[in-house]
Design a protein around this ligand. Structure first.
Ligand code: ATP
Length: 321
């Protein structure tokens, strides 16, 4: 995170902050709850694929947003992967900023330039991560003395996935996604993420899935296997209850997972409710070979990257604490 102080000492006028994508290394849907939500258990890790937010203090009441598509989303063939990102008050970044100003009871303003690198509607959590980073950076620009825990609690009002992004590391996620236990010691695995151009509706995928209470505890076992560097034990625990429904609802997800298997991906899995899929790889070389094969097969978005390589701007966040 970079920031610029105003001539008034100690006042931050501008912040540039990166918002990481996430992967669900495993996701178990355990039960359908009485309130319509699902009870889940998931091992979530940040990945080194980031949206970038430039934020600037504005006069009271002035909120503005510009959305630009950059990196792998900047070229025409992948544009459909992010074209549904709103550039008005429906965008989570503006909703987050306005919510914080309202709850902090301040007359504030903010201008945001959001560079999207993370495909949307893909189960990579881009919108949620953007919202978490906005709350964090806006609280600094507006000089609020909110703790990360308070910001995380507020963020749950905007979406179940958002509080996890404040943990700053891999985490075991339970309940409907709002209970987060940070997990240390997950190795920085090489991984390839790929998306078909078709997005998936989270609600439809959950509605089509069969909860399975037998999978309780699997995400914690996966974390232990990875902490012990035992990829062989970890692989069979990397499962997603939403994968079968996503394959049925979106033929392109089925085709992508089949192609990944054809190109000898170690273990292709859906992340979140899709439509992005990923496979961990033994080495960075193996990841770039798999990525090259998927690109030449015509998949519109392919990204070799790393899991848990860098904790979510943790060092940058700590310099304010
Ligand atoms: P979820 O699993 O919560 O549906 P996702 O990871 O699949 O999320 P997101 O990138 O979070 O996908 O986007 C979900 C939807 O939220 C998009 O289709 C878009 O219409 C809307 N949206 C609102 N704000 C943003 C944002 N900042 N970035 C991306 N999408 C956003």
């Amino acid at each position: 995170m970079m920031y610029q102080e105003s001539p008034q000492a100690g006042v931050i006028d501008q912040i540039v902050i990166d918002a990481p994508a996430k992967l669900n290394l495993s996701l178990a849907v355990l039960d359908r709850r009485y309130d319509g939500f699902h009870e889940i258990e998931s091992l979530m890790v940040p990945v080194s694929l980031y949206d970038r937010l430039h934020m600037q203090r504005m006069p009271a009441g002035e909120f503005s947003l510009e959305v630009v598509f950059a990196g792998r989303l900047g070229n025409a063939s992948s544009h459909s992967l992010a074209c549904d990102v709103p550039d008005d008050d429906r965008n989570l970044v503006l909703r987050a900023a306005r919510l914080l100003a309202e709850r902090a009871n301040i007359d504030a303003g903010l201008s945001i330039r959001l560079e999207k690198h993370i495909p949307s509607g893909a189960g990579l959590g881009g919108g949620s991560s953007d919202a978490a980073s906005t709350l964090f950076a806006a609280s600094k620009i507006w000089n609020l003395d909110w703790t990360k825990d308070q910001l995380a609690e507020l963020s749950a009002e905007l979406g179940s996935d958002i509080p996890w992004f404040f943990a700053g590391s891999a985490g075991l996620v339970q309940g409907r996604g709002e209970q987060v236990t940070p997990i240390d010691g997950i190795p920085p695995l090489d991984v390839v993420i790929a998306c078909p151009s078709e997005g998936l509706s989270t609600a439809k995928v959950y509605a089509a899935c069969e909860p399975d209470a037998q999978r309780r505890g699997e995400a914690a076992s996966l974390a232990t296997s990875l902490q012990e560097n035992s990829i062989r034990q970890a692989i069979p625990l990397m499962c997603n209850s939403l994968q079968q429904p996503a394959r049925t609802l979106a033929p392109s997800v089925d085709a992508l997972l089949s192609d990944m298997a054809k190109y000898e991906a170690l273990h292709p899995v859906l992340t979140g409710s899709g439509s992005a899929c990923f496979s961990i790889c033994r080495t960075a070389k193996e990841a770039s070979q798999l990525a090259a094969s998927l690109e030449s097969a015509g998949w519109p978005y392919v990204c070799p990257t790393r899991c848990a390589a860098r904790q979510m701007d943790k060092a940058a966040m700590e310099q304010y604490e």
